[in-house]
Design a protein around this ligand. Structure first.
Ligand code: GDP
Ligand code: MG
Length: 441
């Protein structure tokens, strides 16, 4: 028997948690995937290191291999890194007319993106938009914007030959105010490489326009280069967001990760083609999937996790129906409440319970209580948690003292556990949704 037991234990430890070797082996493959996706080498290296520390020791979901688990952890870390603050699609365009400045290298897709964004603002947000080309280097560039404007039904600032970019920006501002526009977009000239003149020009335009958003347009197919460009622009001009174009190409979008990791700037939109509606709000999940190229594994692990959660919930329900509700269960419920934003959060989600949450608050049952209650349960032994009836007066005193609380508080907790146990039992008998039906009556 002991032999069989140790065999089982062996398997358990191997399946239970990710060993350093498991993680290393899996990350070797991930590293290749990142580099193939054009993530820059230092960023890939840094990222792998972070995940390595994070993943080692984490538990492995049943029916999933360690390698698959690591892939899922990497995926989540990618999404985390790619996610910027706030809603990427929400542009600051209150206080009309709001200026939006578009900057970037030549050929990155500024003019195209200007028109795409204008179309989006017009159609989705019902904004009146004026577009102006400040590209005095290439005469055809101004006409390009004009043509696009006609195509999407958005006004462009009339072209005046011989004006410099700052003068055009001023005229755009005046025209936008007089014409009652909500937004005016300034499409600047680019160059093949960053140089002093380009930066100085963009800075001068920025100073007269005072843009609410300065969007840097970069070609998503250029890996490390894109990142250098972004750093430089952000340094000199100040950038509020990035638009990655040509994400319809066959690149895997690694520039997105490098961009986020190095500049910390939020990616706001991605360009997915030459057509005017080929612009989408940046979605970290989607890009993460593309960079890693292991979407099947990620969804496999997600499904396995869901199955296990469902099984756990089912098992718990069965126990509750039999009237088994111990301190471990209570702790889990309390932690769940904490996660959902405390009492008010939980109650607020149930119809008619918002008021009750307020009452409980005034009665002194607030979120700090949750923390204290969880501390009390943590001070109990395993046996005591499983069967709180074992608690004698002396042990109660010790536990309360250990948590720095009064025994009365522990007694309240015990009462709560009994009451909730009773409630769960009844709820189980009523079947699914029974309690909610009752609460709504
Ligand atoms: P600018 O010099 O920065 O203003 O760049 P343009 O807007 O003139 O774009 C240069 C070229 O890239 C044009 O032929 C565009 O049609 C093309 N382009 C721009 N954005 C995208 C995109 O997201 N996907 C693809 N495939 N082509 C794009
Ligand atoms: Mg252009």
């Amino acid at each position: 028997l002991s032999e069989r037991l140790s065999g089982v234990l062996d398997r358990l430890t191997r399946q239970g948690a990710l060993s350093e070797d498991d993680v290393k082996t899996a990350l070797r493959e991930v590293r290749v995937a990142l580099l193939e996706a054009d993530v820059s080498l230092p960023v890939a290296r840094e990222f792998i290191k972070k995940v390595q520390d994070q993943a080692t020791g984490q538990s492995v979901t049943k029916s999933v291999t360690p390698g698959q688990q690591v892939v899922k952890i990497v995926h989540d870390a990618l999404v985390d890194t790619l996610t910027g603050e706030g809603d990427p699609g929400a542009l600051k365009i209150d206080n009309p007319p709001a200026p939006i400045l578009m900057v970037g290298l030549q050929g990155s897709g500024k003019t195209t993106t200007t028109a795409k964004l204008a179309k989006r603002l017009k159609e989705r947000d019902g904004k009146r938009v004026l577009m102006a080309s400040l590209d005095v280097n290439r005469p055809a560039a101004m006409e390009q914007l004009e043509i696009l404007g006609r195509q999407i039904g958005v006004d462009t600032l009339p072209i005046v030959k011989g004006e410099d970019p700052v003068a055009i920006a001023k005229r755009a501002k005046t025209q936008a105010s007089l014409g009652g526009y909500d937004v005016y977009m300034l499409d600047t000239a680019g160059r093949l490489h960053i140089d002093q003149e380009l930066i100085a020009q963009a800075a001068a335009v920025r100073d007269v326009a005072n843009p609410r958003e300065t969007l840097l347009v970069v070609d998503g197919l250029t890996g490390q280069d894109a990142v250098n460009v972004a750093e430089e622009f952000d340094d000199k001009i100040g950038v509020s967001g990035v638009v990655l174009t040509r994400m319809d190409g066959d690149g895997r979008g690694g520039a997105a990760l490098s961009m986020r990791a190095v500049t910390g700037k939020p990616i706001r939109f991605v360009g997915l083609g030459e057509k005017m509606d080929a612009l989408e709000t940046f979605e970290p999940e989607r890009i993460a999937g593309r960079i890693l190229g292991m979407g099947d594994i990620v969804s496999l692990v997600e499904k396995a996790q869901e199955t296990i959660e469902a099984e756990q919930a089912e098992r718990m329900m069965k126990r509750f129906q039999k009237g088994q509700f111990n301190m471990n269960d209570l702790k889990m419920q309390l932690e769940q409440m904490q996660k959902m934003g405390g009492m008010e959060g939980v109650m607020g989600m149930m119809p008619g319970m918002g008021k009750m949450a307020k009452q409980m608050e005034t009665a002194g049952i607030d979120d700090k209580v949750l923390v204290r209650q969880i501390a009390l349960i943590q001070s109990m032994t395993k046996k005591e948690r499983a069967n709180p009836k074992l608690l004698q007066a002396s042990r109660k005193k010790r536990i309360a003292k250990g948590a720095g609380l009064e025994v009365s508080e522990l007694n309240k907790l015990l009462k709560m556990q009994r009451q909730m146990g009773d409630m769960m039992k009844k709820m189980g008998k009523m079947g699914k949704g029974g309690m909610l039906k009752q609460a709504m009556k």
